[in-house]
Design a protein around this ligand. Sequence first.
Ligand code: ASP
Length: 442
Amino acid sequence: MSVKVVKFGGSSLADAEHFRQVAAIVKADPERRYVVPSAPGKREKSDTKVTDMLYRCYDLIKSRSSMESIDACYNEIRARYTSIIADLGLDYDINGELDYVKNAMLHAAGRGYAASRGEYLNALILAKYLGFDFIDAENVIFFKDNGTLDEEKTNAELSAELDKHKYAVIPGFYGGTPNGTVKTFSRGGSDITGSIVAKAAKADLYENWTDVSGFMMADPRIIDNPCIIKEITYRELRELSYMGATVLHEDAVFPVRSAGIPINIRNTNRPEDEGTMIVSHSLGYDSEHVITGIAGKKGFSVLTIEKDSMNTEVGFGRKVLEVFEDNEISFEHLPSGIDTMSVVVASSTLDDRREKVMNAIVRAVRPDSVFIEDGLALVAVVGRGMVKAKGTSARVCDALARADINIRIIDQGSSELNIIVGVDEDEYEDALRAIYSEFVKA
Ligand code: ASP
């Protein structure tokens, strides 16, 4: 029997109605054996996530606020859980657990412990509701002293533990440390737990259930109702996520990627939708579009260095990059010509080091001129379908020209997986629309 690990995000477990949907999804497929829940998320836009409520409560305790305000804050958390249990008609009294957590928080439990209880309590309820075993992540997911995940120990001990349970719920977001405390991953980290569990369970599939029907081809705030990507490789996903597209925590791909386990992004509210499959290698590529997705970001600067016959000067590039290294600035792109070299960086990383960097470059390579231009937006057009396909960059340029948008830089990696164009920030949205309609809704 194959094994599926299913992770449900906070919005999928925000109230009793969502719990019912989740249970229906889990029970619809006996291969869905290991369930990783987040803490209850927002029920509507103005609502507060339980994780944020726990952080607030912890801060109130730390700042020695009045017991009244601490009680008021904690009672809201209590109400979230007790109302889910009551609405589900579940015969389970969680008040003892809630009292214990509050007490621990009042008596020096750390910030990680406080935040992790959102997942812990939710997993207790979900395990009861599903009739599954409960495995506390604290005992099977291990961090090292330096705060990084102890992958080997976690995989070995978690694997052995999972073997003992046919069906189990494992709370997301946290693990244990060598000194017996609880530590969380960064925000959104239940995605990472799901991936770690999938690897340890040698799962055939990691289903990540959220509130969208998959990864969209472009930002829905800019493109109306963008198409959903049916299949995307890990590399394409990295390119798009790096440029600002988000659905999954960045670090969630590593455990399953190394184990060759695909991730399926699914929508709890529309379980009939197939969602997006994230795979190591495409399982036969037949997308109707040449590109997989478009993403982008504003806030870049270009530092341009001009010097006649720069191309013949051995070591020129190294000397320039050394200046960036010495100033601890990482660069994004390096478009260069015969007599010019440009370094694209996130404007925020330049800060107050502009003069210092320019002076150091003057000393290092004696250029004819060096200057910085701000206000650049980068748009990445990503797709494995572009590899060896002819005319893709021509289509990108043409679409932008027709929309009367000037391309300030253009860069295509030799992997041919992406084309990056830099445009003025105030033309960013139009650029995205022009490229999207060229490739998707032409
Ligand atoms: N509950 C945590 C957060 O809000 C972790 C997660 O949902 O993945 O960040």
